[in-house]
Design a protein around this ligand. Structure first.
Ligand code: HOZ
Length: 425
């Protein structure tokens, strides 16, 4: 019996690869058709068949306040009525940039773009332009968007579909991408030992969240800072996921490590396409029109997207209890999973970021993450979906929670987890 989601999926497949606009949404990894969403409110999403789910995807991170937060929606509606895009400066751009700098003082200067992919691509160009060097170091399993040079041992959808690298990327485009092991500074030192004078930057997700959530070991990020300084290379934190989520000032605030450049996405747009890259003023001054690193975009700094971003960041400032509340909810779920499954599962949790890996060992890097039992995850996912709980349709994505998730939402989620674990015994 077909439901509306299945019908829409069939139609979508005629027009779009896999019927979707981002691979992980095709639900291949969990062996079922995707759920098509009609609308959302607070902590819940509602599909086109009228089913309600507690949403732990939160649009992969941006929904930190929950869906349809009144202030954000009203502000966006107000801006829309004045025009959607001008391709000319508006005051919103300055206001958002100032707010971002308040949250992250290391962003002395920034440029607004439209997606995390664009932010990272541009930050790397700026790093290369500034240092006059070509090579970059990335980490196996860290995902930095889908630009050519970074689809090397990437995470996220590339990992979900077991194709860490992509067809269509000429070797020439990736020959300057060096790959180190996450949580292993020795592997970074080795690369610098060999190519030190050619390396423009190290780019890292300070908390890896695209091979599932993998926490940095103690002093790992500090180690990267030290190596970058030693070789006069730059340190880039990809805070597309951790920015404004791990702490108001992101992972750089949480761990007290200052990067030279930062990339932001997701929460900075409050649910609209918006991203940014920025950092040290002397580096950002190489970007056109001040400097020779070209980067541009018709919709960059779009008035509607900046409105959603501004309202979201303002609310983050005004809700002092937000970070402790979302962390407590996440911790409750993490503890419930640990208690229910015992050593069958490794739960990695930090702040409001969490992943449960179906594996009986610590997940500390790419190698351990990919050893987890993705079929067991798929079964768990499908059970939870049946209980009205919407998790990421992949073992290798994070679980996100919002300020709108109530204690009852968390309790219901924990009950379902406990029940599933009991049924499995
Ligand atoms: N790579 C995204 C999450 N880390 C998935 C985006 C999506 O499918 O929308």
């Amino acid at each position: 019996m077909y439901n509306e989601s299945d019908l829409l999926y069939e139609k979508s497949k005629r027009y779009m690869p896999g019927g979707v606009n981002s691979p992980v949404r095709a639900f291949y990894a969990v062996h079922r058709n995707p759920v098509f969403i009609d609308h959302a409110e607070g902590s819940k999403i509602y599909d086109v068949d009228g089913n309600e789910y507690i949403d732990y995807v939160c649009s992969w991170g941006p929904g930190i306040l929950g869906h349809c937060r009144k202030e954000v929606i009203e502000a966006v509606q107000g801006t829309c009525s004045k025009g959607l895009t001008f391709g000319a400066p508006t005051k919103n751009e300055y206001i958002l940039a100032e707010l971002v700098q308040e949250f992250m003082p290391s962003m002395e200067m920034l440029r607004l773009v439209n997606s995390g992919t664009e932010a990272v691509m541009s930050a790397i160009r700026a790093a290369r332009g500034f240092t006059g060097r070509d090579k970059i170091v990335k980490f196996r399993g860290c995902y930095h968007g889908h630009s050519d040079g970074l689809l090397v041992k990437a995470g996220s959808g590339a990992l979900t579909q077991s194709v860490p690298d992509s067809l269509g990327v000429p070797e020439d485009y990736t020959k300057h991408t060096l790959v180190a092991e996450y949580n292993d500074t020795t592997s970074v030192e080795k690369l610098f030992g060999e190519y030190g004078k050619e390396i423009a930057a190290i780019i890292v997700e300070p908390v890896a969240a695209n091979m599932g959530v993998v926490l940095p070991k103690e002093r790992f990020l500090q180690g990267l800072r030290r190596i970058a300084d030693q070789y006069h290379a730059l340190l880039i934190f990809d805070e597309v996921i951790t920015g404004f989520r791990l702490a108001p000032g992101g992972a750089q605030e949480y761990f007290g490590v200052k990067p030279d450049l930062t990339t932001l996405g997701k929460i900075i747009g409050g649910g609209m396409p918006m991203a940014a890259y920025g950092g040290r003023r002397d580096i950002m001054e190489v970007v056109a029109p001040l400097g020779g690193v070209y980067q541009a975009g018709t919709l960059s700094g779009n008035p509607v997207a900046t409105t959603a971003g501004i309202e979201t960041l303002k609310l983050l400032k005004q809700e002092p209890g937000l970070y402790s509340q979302i962390e407590a909810g996440t911790k409750k779920i993490a503890d419930t999973i640990r208690e229910a499954f015992g050593d069958k599962i490794c739960v990695n949790q930090i702040g409001s970021l969490m992943s449960a890996f179906f594996i009986n060992e610590q997940v500390v890097d790419y190698k351990s993450a990919v050893r987890s039992d993705t079929e067991a995850y798929a079964a768990y996912f499908n059970y939870m979906l049946g209980q009205g709980i919407y998790l990421a349709p992949s073992q290798f994505e994070a679980m996100f929670i919002s300020y709108a998730h109530s204690e009852e939402d968390i309790r219901r989620t924990c009950r379902a987890i406990t029940q599933y674990a009991a049924d499995m015994k």
